[in-house]
Design a protein around this ligand. Sequence first.
Ligand SMILES: [Zn+2]
Length: 120
Amino acid sequence: MPIKAEMRWFYPIDWPQLSNHVRFERAGGVCQRCRRPHGEFVCCLPDGRWYDEARQTWRNQRGRPARWPDIEEAARMRQTRVVRACRKFFPRTICEPVALCRTCFGTTMDRNSAVWKPIQ
Ligand SMILES: [Zn+2]
């Protein structure tokens, strides 16, 4: 995800290389929160569950196995392509970049409670 021009100075000069290292080497090509694979098309439900084609199972928003959808839930299923981005958390003084898909990119993690919350 491109950095806005006005935010460029909050990132280190080698951010593109650091971002690539985090997304493709450290994270192993998957979202670090939900485990969705980069570049793949996945089936998603409105509650965030997604179908893991490699493991032949449904997963929740944290990448853990989830129950299969019933017929009503399956009718609302959509397909999306996973694109991961590297995110630096603000306003922390020590920022650890993480690789997140677009769905997870809009959330942030509170380290103290280990709960992901929407950005306000
Ligand atoms: Zn994700």
